[in-house]
Design a protein. Structure first.
Length: 366
C-alpha cells in the first residue's frame, strides 16, 4: 500500500450501468414494497422509534460499541446510573446516534444534505461519550490513517486525503448529492457513501455519519415516506466484504462490485424491514382485539405506548400513555400482565418494576 495520503478523484465517476440493471431493479422493487407498507401505517411511531433504536445499536456495534437493544431501552426506562462507566459510554453513543437521526429528519424540512447539516449530525453524535474530545461538528485539521489499533502510519490500510483537501472534496460531494446528474438515485447514494468514507472528513464518527446519510438521502429523495430503512445490520453482518469492496474502489476503481453489494444491502434490508413492519402491525391488531375485553377506553393508549417503549417502568411510561388517572394506569398494566401481553423482568422486585413487551422485542431482535 502507498504510505501517503490518497488522491481521491472527484465525482461523478463513470459507472457501467449495463452490469447493474438487475440489481437496481430488484432494489427499487424492494424499497417500493416497503414504502407501500409504510404509507399504510395508521401510526408511524409504532415502528419508528424502536427501529431507529435498533439501527443506532447496529451502527454503533460496527464501531465496537457493546450495548444491546435491551440494555439501551432498559437504561432509558430506569434513568439510573448503575451500569459501569464503559457500558454507560456505549449506551450514550447509541442514544446520540438516534438523536442525530431525529435531528437529520427534522432538518431536512429546511436544509438539503449539506456540509452544514452533516456537521450538525456529527456534533450531535459526538456530544458525549468517547468522541466528545474529537472536535464534534468540525472537519479534521490533521492527517489521520486507518489501520490496526496501535499500528503506525507505515502499516496503515488506508490514508485518507490531507486535511486541506477536505473542503473542496466535500463541496464536490455535496454538489453531487444534490444534483440529478446520476441516472439512478440508489447508485447515487452508493457512490456518495464510498466518497464520504474515502474523504474521512472527521477525526471520529465517519462510519456512523456516513450510514446516517444513507437513510436521510432515501427519505429526502422521497424513495420512502418514512426514514425506516437502515443498512448498518447488513454492513455489520458482511463487515469484511464491506471494507474490502470500499478498498476495491480506492485501489482499482472497481465501482461495479461495490455498487452491487450496496444494492443487495438495500434489497435485503428493505425486505427485512417490511417483514418486521408486517409482524409489528399484526401484533398490534391481535392485541387491539384482545384489549377490547378490558372495557377501557384507555387500553389502546397503553398498547400504543408499549409499541414505542417496549421496556419501561411505570414512571418512564406514564407521560407517553396519555392516561391521567394513576389508578386506571396501574390497573391497566396489571391487566396487560395478566393477559400475557407484558412480563415483569424481575418479578421479585417490589419497587421500580421493569416491564417488557417480550413479543415485540423478539420481532426486533430477529
Amino acid at each position: 500500500m502507498p504510505k501517503k495520503p490518497f488522491i481521491l478523484p472527484k465525482l461523478p465517476p463513470k459507472i457501467d450501468y449495463n452490469q447493474l440493471i438487475g440489481k437496481i431493479t430488484e432494489a427499487h422493487r424492494a424499497i417500493a414494497s416497503l414504502d407501500s407498507l409504510l404509507g399504510a401505517l395508521p401510526n408511524p411511531a409504532l415502528l419508528g422509534r424502536t427501529m431507529q433504536t435498533k439501527e443506532a445499536v447496529e451502527s454503533s456495534k460496527i464501531e465496537g460499541t457493546q450495548a444491546t437493544l435491551e440494555e439501551v431501552l432498559q437504561y432509558e426506562a430506569l434513568k439510573d446510573k448503575k451500569n459501569d462507566l464503559e457500558k454507560q459510554k456505549d449506551i450514550h453513543e447509541v442514544i446520540n446516534y438516534r438523536a442525530a437521526l431525529d435531528l437529520g429528519i427534522k432538518s431536512l424540512e429546511v436544509l438539503p444534505i449539506s456540509e452544514n447539516l452533516v456537521k450538525k449530525l456529527h456534533a450531535t453524535l459526538l456530544k458525549s461519550g468517547r468522541g466528545a474530545n474529537k472536535a464534534p461538528g468540525e472537519f479534521r485539521k490533521v492527517q489521520v490513517y486507518i489501520g490496526r489499533a496501535g499500528a503506525d502510519i507505515t502499516k496503515a490500510s488506508y490514508i485518507p486525503p490531507t486535511a486541506n483537501e477536505i473542503v473542496p472534496l466535500f463541496s464536490n460531494l455535496e454538489k453531487y448529492l444534490n444534483s440529478d446528474e446520476e441516472k439512478d438515485k440508489l447508485v447515487q447514494i452508493a457512490v456518495a457513501h464510498y466518497q464520504f468514507e474515502a474523504i474521512h472528513p472527521f477525526l471520529d464518527g465517519n462510519g456512523r455519519v456516513g450510514r446516517l446519510i444513507i437513510s436521510l438521502f432515501l427519505y429526502e429523495k422521497k424513495l420512502l415516506s418514512h426514514p425506516f430503512l437502515y443498512l448498518s445490520e447488513f454492513f455489520e453482518e458482511h463487515r469484511q466484504d464491506y471494507y474490502e469492496l470500499l478498498r476495491g474502489v480506492s485501489e482499482k476503481r472497481d465501482w461495479t462490485s461495490w455498487i452491487k453489494f450496496f444494492l443487495s444491502a438495500l434489497s435485503t434490508q428493505a425486505h427485512k424491514a417490511e417483514g418486521a413492519g408486517k409482524e409489528i402491525l399484526r401484533l398490534h391488531a391481535t392485541y387491539k382485539e384482545k384489549i377490547a375485553e378490558f372495557n377501557s377506553m384507555y387500553a389502546i393508549h397503553l398498547l400504543d405506548a408499549i409499541f414505542v417503549r417496549p421496556i419501561f417502568t411505570t414512571a418512564s411510561l406514564r407521560q407517553y400513555a396519555k392516561i391521567r388517572n394513576t389508578q386506571t394506569f396501574f390497573n391497566l398494566i396489571a391487566k396487560f400482565v395478566e393477559a400475557g401481553i407484558l412480563q415483569e423482568a424481575a418479578p421479585e422486585k417490589k419497587r421500580n418494576k421493569i416491564y417488557v413487551f417480550t413479543e415485540l422485542m423478539n420481532v426486533l431482535n430477529n
